[in-house]
Design a binder for this molecule. Structure first.
Ligand code: SF4
Length: 468
């Protein structure tokens, strides 16, 4: 997926102007958010679970090289092959080589964020292969020629009618508003692909170093089809997606469906320990695991290592007032919402995503929603202070900040300034207590914001007591 994260502001304006899209995104994000809140409320020991999950992820990052080596050793001992990719280009090249070596023509894929990040589909297609996404949401997105707009609900921005029209145009299904009918059509289309596919490519939610287990958490049966029906299964994971033990995994797997979709448990949790072993009735003949760095080691050694704790549950997106209004496409790359505003600039470089650290009101809802307690607002603030961002503010910003500092350090100037502001803005005080406008260029501030008018009496004056 080609990054266009530089265009966040114009893309947000377009999204905000589209009423239909805005309503679809808001409803699509609110549904899992409210369901997750309900499930969360009835989860006993929820804070303990969150702490355990965070500790498991922190421990994993601390021991990352050792755990990855253990994972590799365990997988090799069961006949799997393990490849390491330093960047997106190498990951695509290695996977394409594995496919070409098996004369693969048709590749079926399960959901995988890291392959979205590397642009694997396009790479394999350029090499002459047919690549079919099998997760229903990803399948719809692929049919539409679009990109996902949410980490776990890629089609959140599309209405039922739009999907029905797409299925009619691309799959020849008579127009219907029955989702079950649409699902049946997708299933029969995909079933035939699964049976003919030469290679299945999947992501990995988490890997367990202790035994070399690759864990996939899904709600559709497609994950199992991708990983068992084709002769070769290629699993692709970011190098941070490992935990030490099954005990560590347990707390995360309990949390993931609760915060992501508001389910108590996911429909499928698949655990893969290698290719089909002697005496086993099914499974692929070969398993290849590709472990991708692509900038993660640099993040691990930076002040932003905490962002690698992420388990890609999508809860912070649903909680974010910015994401709920502009949707995922405005963020211009694979990872939208608060986690995207942190990791996209880190993975792409701040120059490629200069507005994303500003795409937050810092309300803290993302931190509260995060099952592993990642302090996203704190990292956003820190990103805003990085040198390229400081320069971006320009001279006006720097002058404004200096003036603000001066005012805040001088109480008499502050009091005088407040009284002057109250007096000077009087013509624009609305009856509802808001400011209806401001003079000159300051009016731009109110184009997309509501600002209360200065109160008739300041807090200090109220504190001193009633007017005499
Ligand atoms: S940052 Fe936290 S809430 Fe957001 S996707 Fe990652 S784990 Fe989920």
């Amino acid at each position: 997926m080609k990054p266009v994260a530089k265009d966040f502001i114009p893309a947000s304006r377009i999204a905000l102007a589209d009423d239909h899209l805005r309503k679809a995104i808001f409803a699509g994000a609110m549904r899992p958010y409210l369901q997750a809140a309900e499930r969360w409320a009835e989860t006993s020991g929820r804070e303990r679970l969150r702490t355990q999950a965070r500790e498991a992820r922190v421990r994993a990052l601390r021991k990352l090289p050792e755990l990855l080596e253990r994972l590799e050793k365990n997988l090799l001992s069961r006949g799997a092959k393990v490849l390491w990719a330093a960047d997106a280009e190498e990951a695509n090249r290695l996977i394409a080589q594995e496919c070409v070596a098996r004369d693969a023509r048709l590749v079926v894929k399960g959901k995988s964020m890291v392959t979205e990040e590397t642009g694997l589909n396009q790479h394999l297609e350029r090499a002459g292969m047919e690549v079919v996404e099998s997760d229903l949401g990803e399948f719809i997105i692929q049919l539409a020629g679009e990109t996902p707009s949410h980490i776990i609900a890629p089609v959140l921005h599309k209405s039922k009618d739009a999907i029905a029209k797409l299925f009619s145009e691309r799959l020849g299904l008579p127009l219907t508003d029955d989702p079950a009918e649409m699902m049946r059509a997708a299933r029969s289309y995909l079933r035939e692909k699964f049976l003919r596919a030469d290679v299945g490519i999947s992501g990995v939610n988490l890997a367990v170093a202790e035994t070399g287990g690759l864990v996939l958490v899904t709600n559709e049966g497609n994950g199992r089809m991708v990983t068992t029906l084709p002769r070769t299964h290629i699993a692709v994971m970011g190098l941070e997606r490992v935990v030490e033990s099954w005990k560590d995994l347990a707390s995360i797997v309990q949390l993931l469906p609760r915060v992501a979709t508001g389910q108590s448990v996911s429909t499928y949790v698949s655990i893969i320990h290698g290719p089909r072993q002697q005496g086993e009735p099914d499974g692929p003949e070969e398993l290849v695991l590709v472990i991708v760095d692509n900038g993660r080691s640099a993040i691990l050694n930076s002040d932003y290592a905490e962002s690698l704790l992420c388990i890609r549950c999508g809860a912070c997106l649903n909680a974010c007032p910015v994401y709920r209004r502009v949707g995922g496409h405005a963020y211009g790359w694979v990872y939208p919402g608060p986690i995207g505003s942190v990791i996209s600039p880190l993975l792409l470089g701040l120059a490629e995503a200069p507005d994303l650290p500003m795409a937050s009101s810092l309300c803290g809802a993302c931190r509260d929603a995060c099952p592993v307690k990642i302090d996203l607002p704190e990292m956003l603030v820190r990103l805003r202070a990085e040198p390229p961002m400081r320069r971006k503010g320009g001279r006006m910003m720097s002058l404004g900040m200096k003036m603000w500092r001066y005012v805040m350090l001088h109480p008499s100037v502050y009091r005088w300034g407040l009284a002057a502001t109250r007096f000077l803005t009087r013509p624009w005080h609305g009856e509802d207590g808001s400011l209806r406008g401001l003079p000159g260029p300051a009016s731009a501030w109110l184009e997309s914001r509501d600002l209360p008018a200065p109160a008739p009496r300041s807090f200090r004056a109220l504190y001193r007591g009633p007017e005499r």
